[in-house]
Design a protein around this ligand. Structure first.
Ligand SMILES: C=C(O[C@@H]1C=C(C(=O)O)C=C[C@H]1O)C(=O)O
Length: 369
């Protein structure tokens, strides 16, 4: 038995030798890719080289899943590849990712799942600060929540897109499970902290278990956990990891109204990337209210080009009362394509301030397609 075990361990050692050599060979190629990207840039613009290529990563994950013969679970192999790609990004360049913190927020989780452990992260106090960190160049990438399957659009993110120059470079979907964490018992809770979007996802639970208790909105769910950890009779609605990070007990698990609760995040940056085989594009425009049916005419442009709309929302323009900005996302088209150029030209006939907010590989989970 022990001889067999020793032989098997020797086998593992020899495989590790080969793996380490192969991983470094791969890392060297990715360094060469980094150098080639810099060579292709104007020397003055070298600092703006992008090392995070969402479309290429999607291709790698698809290939890895397709080629996997087992016994490794596809998710395990993808997690390993997440870290391999994270390391190769970090080799090419120092990458800083801004996220809505502090640690333990869902934005933090989404960021790590997207960029891995080898890049650096900068916690921000608000969604607006994530935009500012990217816009001022302190961080090359930022991760912001865009919409939740129960609570709908994340308003501060939409409002920032109206004013900001940042572009959407990628999207990512995160399953979200909420926990009620506290230092006391459910009966003794006097106040519940959380992000407004998270509170909106747990209405049924709050009505059943904490009716009439003060609900205090915070900048993030992890900030809520931080605040609850400093009070005796407070609780937070946040992720499970916050229990360990902030020293709180789990009182209730999975308290979201629907178990398939999912939040979509955007990865923002100064530029979007080249077309892939399947992209989505988010546009923004205001309609001229003096033209009857302007919105309808605007939407017809998408129909005329056989573009499927995957999201539509509106917000006050903030320029004049009762003027609205419309957000329209369409699937199967890249922002730099000829079709999109035509769409934009036609939209200009009925709409004002037409702008592409971003274009990114379609990452909708299979069951949402
Ligand atoms: C190597 C590249 O850069 C990054 C690293 C990748 C990898 O290690 O496979 C893939 C995409 C990029 O995010 C590339 O551009 O191909």
């Amino acid at each position: 038995m022990s001889l067999n075990l020793d032989t098997l361990r020797l086998q593992i050692d020899s495989l590790d030798h080969k793996l380490i050599a192969l991983l470094n060979e791969r890392a060297q190629v990715s360094l060469d890719i980094g150098a080639a990207k810099k060579d292709a840039m104007d020397p003055q613009d070298e600092d703006n080289t992008h090392v995070y290529i969402p479309g290429r990563e999607k291709q790698v994950f698809e290939k890895v899943t397709r080629l996997n013969p087992g016994p490794l679970a596809p998710e395990s192999l993808c997690a390993i590849y997440r870290e391999i790609m994270s390391a190769s990004i970090a080799l090419q360049k120092d990458v800083m990712v801004a996220y809505l913190g502090p640690v333990g927020s869902f934005s933090h989780d989404a960021s790590i799942k997207r960029f891995g452990d080898s890049v650096q992260y900068a916690s921000q106090g608000s969604i607006a600060d994530v935009f500012d960190a990217v816009e001022r160049g302190r961080c090359q990438y930022g991760v912001v929540p865009f919409e939740n399957s129960i609570a709908g659009s994340v308003v501060p993110t939409l409002d920032k897109f109206v004013k900001s120059k940042v572009k959407i470079r990628a999207e990512t979907y995160l399953p979200v499970h909420h926990y009620l964490l506290s230092k006391t018992t459910t009966e003794a809770i006097r106040r519940v902290y959380s992000h407004p979007v998270a509170l909106a996802q747990c209405q049924t639970f709050l009505n059943e278990h904490l009716k009439g208790i003060e609900l205090v909105p915070c900048a993030s769910t992890s900030e809520a956990a931080q605040l609850a950890s400093k009070e005796k009779f407070a609780a937070a609605i946040c992720s499970q990891v916050c229990a360990e990070i902030y020293g709180l007990d789990i009182l209730h698990a999975n308290i979201e109204d629907q178990q398939d609760n999912t939040t979509r995040f955007f990865i923002i940056s100064d530029a979007w990337d080249a077309p892939t085989s399947s992209d989505k594009t988010l546009l923004m425009f205001t309609v001229d209210h003096r033209l009857p049916g302007a919105l309808c005419d605007g939407l017809k442009v998408f129909k005329d080009h056989s573009l499927n709309l995957t999201k539509i929302d509106s917000r006050p323009s903030l320029l004049r009362p009762w003027h609205y900005v419309f957000f329209v996302e369409c699937a199967g088209v890249h922002g730099d394509s000829e079709v999109m150029n035509k769409v934009i030209a036609e939209l200009h006939k009925f709409c004002l301030d037409v702008k592409i907010v971003g274009t990114y590989p379609d990452q909708r989970p299979q069951d949402l397609n």
